[in-house]
Design a protein around this ligand. Structure first.
Ligand code: AMP
Length: 215
């Protein structure tokens, strides 16, 4: 099964993808994580995208599409969760072409819907592990030990783009460039909506119930 998770920043895509990875053994393809990894390992790509990401703007389609092409060319045909990709109609078109070329199917597109006021609260309290990328929240998912990752004991930090100014830009980018993907996938008949209000386990249960039956 291969699925795309759509939804605005703070809608819980990364958290829900993480749950599907640990419960169903799927592979999370998060373009945001790939870019953050490039930055922390100091690659030329990382340097090129740093300011764009911190401002909350979108990185170019060319860069993002080639990151995904590289990952999907590794040979695996199933078990992918696309998290934060595609984010523009150009990326959605490129993904369709790539999936066809590599003979990889797309089973469903799941859009997490959420109240805009909730997004701000979620993002402003969010903490991410600088080492393994796990995500926590000061109120709704606090780590056992303050500022320390439960999984790898790495230091928890606030993402540079998790501030109100960048968030406003990210939301603007989302509504202008990513929201049209709802129409794109609705048209293809592959789209389902899940409300991401509620606790993390409650949303996870709704996500699992929406997945296509396997086996
Ligand atoms: P995320 O972790 O998905 O919130 O992504 C963090 C940032 O990485 C975004 O605000 C963009 O600057 C960049 N980014 C991640 N995925 C994409 C994408 N598919 N297209 C363009 N920019 C992206």
């Amino acid at each position: 099964m291969n699925i795309i998770l759509l939804g605005p920043p703070g809608s819980g895509k990364g958290t829900q993808a993480g749950i599907l990875v640990s419960d169903l053994g799927m592979v999370q393809l998060s373009t945001g994580d790939m870019l953050r990894e490039a930055r922390s390992s100091g690659t030329e790509l990382g340097e090129r995208v740093a300011a764009i990401m911190d401002a909350g703007e979108l990185v170019t389609d060319e860069i993002i599409n080639s990151l995904i092409r590289e990952k999907l060319s590794e040979g695996q045909k199933s078990g992918y969760i696309f998290d934060g990709y595609p984010r523009t109609l150009v990326q959605a078109d490129a993904l369709d072409t790539l999936l066809e070329e590599l003979d990889i199917g797309l089973d469903m597109v799941l859009e997490l819907t959420v109240d805009v006021d909730l997004l701000v609260a979620r993002i402003v309290g969010r903490l991410s592990c600088g080492r393994c990328g796990s995500v926590f929240h000061r109120e709704t998912k606090p780590p056992a030990v303050e500022d320390t990752c439960d999984n790898c004991e790495g230091e928890l930090q606030q993402r540079k783009d998790d501030n109100e100014l960048s968030l406003r830009t990210r939301l603007m980018e989302y509504y202008q460039k990513t929201a049209p993907l709802t129409g794109y996938y609705y048209r293809s008949g592959q789209l389902k909506f899940v409300s991401s209000g509620g606790t993390i386990p409650e949303v996870a249960a709704k996500v699992k119930a929406a997945l296509p039956a396997t086996g």
